[in-house]
Design a protein around this ligand. Structure first.
Ligand SMILES: [Zn+2]
Length: 256
């Protein structure tokens, strides 16, 4: 009987894990320990597709950073929207101020150095993940703790999780809905509490943002800050807070 219960519980955890559902920090640790014991050496959990919460919230995440439109920034500021920006290092250029304003109710996170697929064996994960951590910390005072793999590829591979962990990543974030070119699509038929919406810094971002907010509110939800639901564990990743790196990079503690 006991074995049956254990198998049932394991089944639920496995099911949740397959869905990529975040079950709270303690349950997530359990997922890692009980569902994938072979990966006990990797501390960061598998990727998150939707936050497990009863709060009536959804999360707007915007990727890449190629187009930096002023009308989308104005819309975000007028509505005080919490935005999680997953930026690729090569798209930043001299736009720190733009992204700081864009994410003033959210945060800037890691979306790789060159947007190479993490699923390709030839991809240099150290460069794609760790270079961004160092460069963002050194040049922009951004200390990402969330990672979104380009194309959503290789998101649960042990190599990606290990490299992420080494460089201060604590969560790998996917999505369960996306908005682009004035259309919304769902992984699971509709928005639910904890839904994570994927968008891009495109020319049509303002239009897409308006649609996302409309659809989120129609679902009885409100945009919320992903940072409040997937907070970082430490202020500064260990890799960046070591005295050696701080001296070399002239780092100070980030204000946020
Ligand atoms: Zn991307």
């Amino acid at each position: 009987m006991r074995r049956g219960i254990a198998a049932f519980t394991g089944g639920i955890l496995l099911f949740a894990s397959l869905l990529g559902v975040q079950m709270g920090s303690h349950a997530t640790e359990n997922n890692v320990e009980t569902v994938v014991p072979a990966r006990q050496n990797v501390q960061i959990p598998k990727s998150v597709y939707r936050i497990k919460t009863k709060d009536k919230v959804a999360f707007i995440t915007i990727d890449d950073g190629i187009y930096k439109t002023e009308n989308s920034l104005a819309y975000v500021k007028a509505n005080k929207l919490p935005i999680t920006a997953f930026l690729s290092a090569w798209t930043i250029k001299n736009s720190m101020e733009y992204f700081n304003e864009f994410t003033q109710w959210g945060s800037v996170q890691n979306h790789s150095a060159t947007h190479a697929s993490f699923a390709k064996k030839s991809t240099d994960l150290n460069h794609e993940i760790c270079y961004v951590q160092k460069r963002f910390g050194k040049q922009y005072d951004w200390y990402p703790w969330m990672l979104r793999p380009p194309y959503g590829a290789g998101q649960d591979s042990q190599a990606v999780r290990k490299m992420g962990e080494k460089c201060g990543i604590q969560q790998i974030v996917m999505w369960d809905a996306s908005v682009g070119n004035g259309k919304i699509s769902y992984a699971d038929s509709k928005l639910r509490p904890g839904s994570i919406v994927l968008m891009h810094f495109s020319k049509s971002l303002k239009k897409d943002l308006k649609l996302a907010v409309k659809k989120i509110r129609e679902a009885g939800l409100e945009p919320a800050n992903l940072d409040d639901y997937l907070p970082r564990v430490n202020n500064v990743p260990t890799m960046l807070s070591s005295p050696k790196f701080s001296v070399r990079a002239g780092l100070t503690q980030p204000a946020r």
